[in-house]
Design a protein around this ligand. Sequence first.
Ligand SMILES: C[S@@+](CC[C@H](N)C(=O)[O-])C[C@H]1O[C@@H](n2cnc3c(N)ncnc32)[C@H](O)[C@@H]1O
Length: 405
Amino acid sequence: MSTGVEPQQVLARAREVVSSCTGFRDTAISPSAVDRVVRAELARGRSASDLLAELQRSGTALERALLDAVLVGETYFFRHPEQFRFLAAEAVPAALRRGSPVLRGWSAGCASGEEAYSIAACLQGTAPQGVRVEVLGTDLHEGRLEYARRGVYGSWSRREAGPLLYPLYQDAAEGRVSILDSVRAVTRFAQTNLLEPLPEVHGSFDVIFCRNVLTYFSPDAVLVALGHLARALVPGGYLLLGTVEVDHPPAGLVRVGAPELQAFRRPHPREVTPPPRAAVVREPELPRPAPVRAITLPPPPPPAPSPVRLHLEALQRIEGGDEAGAATVLEKLLQQFKDYLPGMLELALLRERAGSREAAFALMHTVRDNAARLPPDLIIEGPEPLPARFYRASADAFLTLGAIE
Ligand SMILES: C[S@@+](CC[C@H](N)C(=O)[O-])C[C@H]1O[C@@H](n2cnc3c(N)ncnc32)[C@H](O)[C@@H]1O
């Protein structure tokens, strides 16, 4: 007997649930991931109305399965190394000047823990003797936190883009590495949602890393999460965000260093300029002017498209299993930004995976030739800022291996 509920209604409700639990804007929710979860439930014999009813309740197994499917967990050790250098050179000395007996760091949206352990190793490597280190890693995805607590990682967590800046791990069986006991001992993990205030039991922090998380959020959710992050900083503490995650300093924080560093500091109350005294002097009441009709300003121009933003959109699609959609985004990107090497490399890899070897080779030749014309150490902006030599070496490796096969 038909219940009148269509699978499309279930899919639409599932997207709403994901968005309200995570803060993701609708376009950042992978349609194929949501589709897979719902179809798997239907294939197990559950009806669409049963699923819809479950999606009206919170904390259910279906909600969990949807979140696990859409949350992107891409991460690796010492990702964006310049921010760890900043942590060692600026944030730690500032905390020591404040007389902090404990250096406290929070990796907010830590995925499988590589970032939390990297923060711990960096703090331990720079703290003088007698100063303790404590690091908290939090995420919404409980499975990734369990993985983080085990502290054993494969080669995907160690990449050329993330140099080993401080001692962090030792060799383990089968080419894997395990986190040093000294680093593990100061790092703990907890499941929390960035849309909610961090429970007070976790205290406040000298430094917070929240990178490659807000990029998926709706503008409202970004504001909510930034408010919670800023409030969890000690006065004088630092917040480090991912590249291109915000255009302006979060409320109550001031930018430090170059814009691409995405570092923000919570000023001490004494640094905040008091309001001018005149503001508190009561003026004699003046007759109210007649109301004027509000002038309607034209809407602000839409933000200029940036190649990195489009590239991130393509990466989200790849993570969500939508490689064809990602290729379309990258093609559009390259029509607008013809010389954008990171996008060319990405599209070449997608073409190769889709079996279009000739197209992949043509693109890789362009990557190699364009990269060869640039100074090798020139940093190319992309989801990861990487030197031109990285693109040349990657294209060379691809073309050489491809020619041998
Ligand atoms: C791409 S990973 C970033 C990992 C790490 N910060 C890095 O930059 O390498 C994003 C992580 O944010 C988590 N996340 C997304 N929305 C969240 C939310 N509302 N609350 C807590 N964590 C969230 C995801 O589960 C995922 O593990």
